[in-house]
Design a protein around this ligand. Structure first.
Ligand SMILES: [Zn+2]
Ligand SMILES: [Zn+2]
Length: 204
């Protein structure tokens, strides 16, 4: 048996978000588990993404999480309507939500009090992470995240095409994220100036 006092752990996030990993202290074998405290206006540290090789569960303990979700890509028809249309789901304290492998999600705190939640992923390790953006070369599969190189890049799992994301073309800021617009379509949005684009800007 392993036991941990969450208040005794230190945050593993460099952002304002308080993220405390429990997998290590509890020495879990099959699940990843993290405790979050997220101030109003912040979110779980990722835009719209999915783990093709992992299911994710969020248990909301305090406040309200608002999740943007998008169905899993279904291959050739992935970019046809309405499969690229997402929706928003509020998850209140006392509620939990589960995202299947391949289902896109991004959670944030749009309330006025801190959001406290526990995130659970299984299996513990995930290496196949995708973004809801089709490959610009073969117009096929959703691009995968490659975090192994010097810089983050997107790699097509079908044809191998690689793209390196560029800063915001409007303001030069580096914080581009994938989110839903007012019509619940996927857009690449700048966290600094709010500019929105149909696809992420890429470096040449
Ligand atoms: Zn491709
Ligand atoms: Zn910008």
């Amino acid at each position: 048996m392993e036991r941990v006092v969450i208040d005794d752990l230190s945050s593993s996030s460099a952002l304002d978000v308080d993220r405390r990993g429990l997998s290590g202290p509890l020495d879990t074998s099959d699940v990843a588990i993290n405790h979050y405290r997220i101030p109003p206006g912040d979110g779980f540290p990722s835009g719209l993404h999915t783990h093709v090789d992992q299911e994710e569960i969020f248990v909301v303990l305090d406040g309200t999480a608002t999740f943007e979700t998008l169905p899993a890509s279904d291959g050739a028809d992935a970019h046809a309507e309405p499969s690229r249309t997402g929706r928003e789901i509020p998850v209140d304290a006392g509620e939990a939500v589960r995202f299947a492998p391949g289902e896109y999600q991004s959670g944030s705190n749009r309330g006025e009090t801190d959001l406290v939640a526990v995130a659970i992923g299984a299996p513990r390790e995930s290496t196949d992470i995708r973004i809801p953006v089709g490959c610009p070369e073969c117009d096929g599969a959703d691009l995968g995240l490659n975090t192994g190189g010097d810089a983050l890049s997107f790699v097509c799992p079908d044809c191998g095409a690689e793209r390196v994301p560029a800063p915001c073309p409007e303001c030069g800021g580096g914080a581009m994220t994938l989110t839903l617009d007012d019509e619940n379509a996927v857009v690449s949005a700048c966290e600094d100036c709010g500019a929105e684009f149909d696809a992420p800007p890429y470096r040449d």
